[in-house]
Design a protein around this ligand. Structure first.
Ligand SMILES: NC(=O)c1ccc[n+]([C@@H]2O[C@H](COP(=O)([O-])OP(=O)(O)OC[C@H]3O[C@@H](n4cnc5c(N)ncnc54)[C@H](OP(=O)(O)O)[C@@H]3O)[C@@H](O)[C@H]2O)c1
Length: 335
């Protein structure tokens, strides 16, 4: 079967198609034929070689943490899945650069990492939703749960995670202020949870948020990192929450801890989805919560673009330039 791998770190050009001989699923493994693969910004980070804690990977590395598809075969000891089941996964526990391998036509996954898809959730929706939605869930359940009347600042509010967070916060009764990189993204963000949008590459977002929330925002939810996180501390209300969940513009630089005392006590969070609900029944329950929010219309999962798996390099180029809205899918060739 075909997969997309890297043999070294670098730009999109290091992505190459390789042939892989997939062994039969081992004990407690399930072979999944992927029908839709989620592209995540973390795939770009792994490709570039950034953000490792400790040693880097052993090449070649097949990228990807998220996919949906159909069970083809099960290994010994698998009781909860059978051939023909529709399933999806987001990560396999742990950090995002460990055990990647979703950019492939098929994959053997630990059964414990899979969730079953209900009839009303398509494989495309699952691949577009799971990893980004579970990231939003960690933020909402473990970092800051918005209350009715709260004002929340969300950076890159038209992004995959950002647009889900904006909708979820609005669903909980908060007023969402979103920063975005273009007018088209502003329109998208306003259709997906934001009451106000700020073109943060054209105007000073700090001044703009101060006008919209002179009393300060309850929380800032930030997947941009270097360019936005520290300046956002000044926008929080006393005892507000500063949540950095991503580094699209680069790592947040080191800062003086005293900055957190300027508003009484800023609560600082740096969540990672890989440790959230990452065992079988908890994982299924966390995903079922997302499916229910989709069912209720609280979360609309938008697929901004679909690319053939073989064109993963083009998809990376577009995402890295910040050109996408919502989620991006890679589509394997079907037999
Ligand atoms: N902690 C976790 O477990 C976890 C899980 C998933 C994702 N993440 C992280 O969350 C962030 C967002 O992920 P996503 O999937 O929502 O990404 P995405 O949909 O690809 O959106 C990323 C957006 O970031 C903005 N951006 C700002 N500065 C940028 C720069 N220098 N280069 C490129 N883009 C820039 C762009 O939006 P504008 O044009 O509006 O500025 C871009 O569209 C990423 O850093 C990702 O690694 C973390």
């Amino acid at each position: 079967m075909k997969a997309i791998a890297i043999r070294r770190h670098g730009g999109p050009e290091v992505l190459e198609a390789i042939d892989v001989e997939l062994p039969p699923p081992a004990e407690r493994e399930v072979r999944v034929r992927h029908t839709a693969i989620g592209l995540n910004y973390s795939d770009i980070n792994v490709r570039n070689g950034g953000f490792y804690l400790g040693d880097g990977p052993n090449f070649p590395v097949i990228l990807g943490n998220e996919a949906a598809g159909v069970v083809e075969a099960v290994g010994v000891g698998v009781r909860d899945f059978a051939p023909g089941d529709r399933v999806a996964y987001a990560g396999s526990g742990g950090l995002f650069f460990v055990n990647t391998g979703a950019y492939a036509e098929q994959r053997n996954m630990p059964a414990d990492c899979l969730v079953k898809l209900p009839d009303d959730i398509s494989e495309e929706t699952a691949a577009a939703l799971l990893l980004k939605g579970l990231t939003a869930a960690v933020v909402i359940h473990h970092c800051y749960t918005p209350k009715p009347g709260d004002k929340i600042l969300i950076h890159a509010a038209a992004s995959g995670v950002g647009s889900l967070l904006a909708q979820w916060c609005a669903h909980l009764g908060a007023t969402v202020i979103g920063t975005v990189g273009s007018r088209a993204k502003a329109a998208f963000a306003r259709e997906h949870g934001c009451s106000h949008t700020i073109l943060y590459r054209e105007e000073d977002f700090v001044a703009a948020v101060k006008k919209l929330a002179p009393e300060g925002v309850a929380a800032v939810l930030d997947g941009v990192g270097k360019d936005t996180f520290i300046p956002s501390f000044d926008l929080l209300r006393p005892f507000g929450a500063a949540v950095n969940y991503g580094n699209a513009s680069g790592n947040v630089p080191p800062f003086n801890l005293m900055l957190l005392a300027q508003k009484g006590c800023i609560a600082l969070h740096r969540p990672g989805f890989g440790f959230y609900a990452n065992t079988g029944p908890a994982r299924q329950a966390a995903c079922d919560e997302l499916f229910e929010l989709v069912r209720q219309g609280a979360l609309r999962v938008e697929i901004g673009s679909r690319w053939p798996l073989k064109d993963a390099a083009l998809a990376h180029e577009e995402a890295e330039r910040g050109r996408n809205v919502g989620s991006v899918l890679l589509m394997p060739t079907q037999p």
